[in-house]
Design a protein around this ligand. Structure first.
Ligand code: APR
Length: 260
């Protein structure tokens, strides 16, 4: 595990010379994000003290059997989350990643989040492993619907074309990840020079295997999290703290170094 300020270099930055040098040489940078990056925007995380899964059981809500058994209940929960997410804004961590995309030759975000905050912050190359809460589709004919269209209906919304049940375009427990998003994620992780794992507990597979793939392929792996995770012992550098503080500070330090 790497630590901050353990290598020679200017002091008081909080960032090691090893990390700054890896970033300075990097052609390809990838940020893998989880619920923690949106915590400072007010989106509750899944695990941890105030985590969503402390209040709701995943098996009762986020799976296809629960949905088919009681679509009204699952839709009530998603309507609630959709309204919360529509009312929040990206934070400094999302914006710092959007700026990095403009700075490095190749840059991608791989996210487990469904909240669309990376795109709203200005990131363009975003691979969404678990779907996007702003999208919905008919399970029978595939017609897509915006949140506005589904939230106008009471109860579980139905397709205006074929009458089929509409579901949120998110990946539930037990479902496959979307092929193209997964393949793109694996491809960019394997070619990353610097790979960030940000705000994820790293316990939900297969997404959690992505940082390990990047490490195996030789990336300099950096973790940003207020707490250690199962990944922490395997990374090159662990930056302990909130991503909304660390990412803008790191970006500023990197840009200052480029101009000095
Ligand atoms: N900055 C960075 N990290 C933070 C912050 C913050 N401000 N606040 C909390 N964290 C960290 C927590 O310490 C924790 O390690 O974010 C992590 C959030 O972990 P989880 O709640 O488990 O979220 P995530 O890893 O994204 O979950 C993966 O689980 O239920 C499923 O589909 C859901 O995509 C989700 C998946």
């Amino acid at each position: 595990m790497g630590e901050t300020d353990t290598q020679p270099g200017p002091v008081n930055t909080g960032f090691s010379a090893g990390l700054l040098s890896a970033l300075g040489k990097a052609k390809s940078v990838v940020a893998f994000t989880g619920a923690g990056i949106s915590a400072e925007s007010g989106v509750p995380t899944f695990r941890g003290t105030d985590g969503i899964w402390k209040k709701f059981k995943p098996e009762e809500l986020a799976n296809i059997n629960a949905f088919m058994k009681n679509p009204e209940l699952v839709w009530e929960w998603y309507a609630h989350r959709k309204r919360i997410i529509a009312g929040i804004q990206p934070n400094a961590g999302h914006y710092a990643l959007a700026k990095m995309e403009q700075t490095f030759l190749h840059f991608a975000v791989i996210t487990q989040n469904i909240d669309n905050l990376h795109r709203r912050a200005g990131s363009h190359t975003v691979y969404e492993l678990h779907g996007n809460i702003e999208r919905n589709y008919c399970m029978k004919c595939g017609t897509t619907y915006s949140n506005e269209e589904v939230l106008n209906q009471t109860g579980a919304p139905h397709c205006t074309k074929c009458g089929g049940l509409i579901r949120p375009d998110v990946v539930w427990f037990g479902e496959m990840l979307p092929d193209d998003e997964w393949e793109n994620a694996v491809r960019v992780a394997a070619s990353a020079d610097v790979f960030f794992s940000i705000g994820t507990s790293g316990v939900v597979y297969p997404a959690a295997s992505i940082p390990l793939m990047a490490k195996q392929q030789g990336a300099f792996v950096v973790e940003i999290n207020p707490e250690p995770t199962p990944l922490t012992d395997r990374v090159d550098e662990f930056l302990m703290g909130a991503s909304g503080i660390i990412l803008p500070a790191l970006y500023k330090r990197f840009i200052d170094d480029q101009h000095s």
